[in-house]
Write a protein that binds this ligand. Sequence first.
Ligand SMILES: [Zn+2]
Ligand SMILES: [Zn+2]
Length: 128
Amino acid sequence: MYCRNCGNEVSEKAVMCVACGTPPNAGNKFCPNCKAETTPGATICMKCGVALKADNPVTGESKDWLTALLLCIFLGGLGIHRFYTGHTGIAIVQLLTLGGCGIWALIDLIMIIVGSFKDAKGNLLVKK
Ligand SMILES: [Zn+2]
Ligand SMILES: [Zn+2]
């Protein structure tokens, strides 16, 4: 991909552009796909049609695995770990049913332990 700030070619996984020192996704001047200049605020590249999103890389907002685990162990019956991970709707249902009489909380606990629990945005929990 290309740096959205200066158009320099950067690795897909790069957290920072070596040429200009900003996160490659932070800029809004160049298309990451074809390097064409884009207007700030554009949501799509006029040249290649790729979607342009200036905002947060997926990794920035991941929830903490240990926090979710502890919340699930101690307050799982109240769905607190679901509030924490952003599943507010499910959390309210769990709160009203006391974690599906404990079974739902237990399933969530197992999913958190094996590392397959995802937050509301679909990101896996991160072990810090
Ligand atoms: Zn750059
Ligand atoms: Zn493009």
